[in-house]
Design a protein around this ligand. Structure first.
Ligand code: PEP
Length: 252
């Protein structure tokens, strides 16, 4: 049985005051939810502030990126050691916005992933095809290549701790979601690729989140799919009511 995991990716939003307000409100509104993992992923600048609001609760925290190196001469970057110190247990790697705007490749994401484990951070690794790739029928080819590239050299033990986020790029921030069946089909496929690389037992344990315009009104249907173990939520994680409702998805 895979434990559901709902994560909110705040992207480049929230001042310190706003972040504290959102985090404290979520702590209050979700105080009774213990049967699923809840992860807030604020920007670097407010990680300490958010942690001060949620420390001691069941809510966990993740960063949105990290460098593949330890401390040193990497002006403008943030390393795993620093992220760990803020209170984070997770780090998002390879989000499509980082692949698109900052030219992150699977090889770079792989280096970051191995470093994340060194600092005992659980990675949430994003994969997903663009609209053009889906329209040309290449979505499985693209996603399997991302998985092979991102997870190269990983032990089975580390793979089990890794969360995969399937985020079709065409569904991010567009209001356009993959149908629950379309999403589940890809999740099932991802599990077969992981089984081929790490064994069936490992693939059955890996949690695969769906991301792409998840909202209160579609989360129940999405979470009802057998291979969908959670959601990575962007826009709808910026306000307490919709995010709390998404966390409280109902089993239908
Ligand atoms: C995301 O960026 O990870 C995401 C899923 O965004 P949204 O929910 O806004 O589509």
């Amino acid at each position: 049985m895979r434990r559901p995991i709902i994560a909110g990716n705040w992207k480049m939003n929230k001042t310190k005051v706003e972040a504290r307000e959102l985090a404290s409100r979520l702590r209050r509104d979700l105080h009774d939810v213990f049967d699923r993992d809840i992860v807030l992923c604020p920007p670097f600048t407010v990680l300490f502030a958010v942690w001060s609001e949620i420390e001691g609760s069941q809510i966990e925290m993740g960063a949105q990126n990290m460098v593949w190196e330890g401390p040193g001469a990497y002006t403008g970057e943030i390393c795993g050691e620093m992220i760990k110190e803020t209170g984070c247990q997770y780090v998002i790697l390879g989000h499509s916005e980082r692949r698109q705007y900052f030219k992150e490749t699977d090889a770079i994401i792989n280096k970051k992933l191995l470093k994340a484990f060194f600092y005992r951070l659980n990675p949430i690794v994003c994969v997903g095809e663009t609209l053009k790739e889906r329209e040309s029928g290449r979505e499985t080819e693209v996603v399997s290549a991302q998985i092979e590239g991102c997870f190269a050299g990983l032990s089975e033990e580390a793979m089990v701790k890794t969360v995969v986020a399937y985020e079709p790029v065409w569904a991010i921030g567009t209001g356009r979601t993959a149908t629950p069946e379309q999403a589940n089909e890809m999740h099932e496929y991802i599990r077969t690729v992981i089984a081929k690389l790490f064994g069936k037992d490992c693939a059955e344990k890996v949690r695969i989140q769906y991301g792409g315009s998840v909202k209160p009104d579609n989360v129940d249907e999405i979470m009802a799919q057998p291979d969908i173990d959670g959601a990575l939520v962007g826009g709808a994680s910026l306000k307490p009511e919709p995010f709390a409702r998404i966390v409280r998805f109902e089993n239908i």
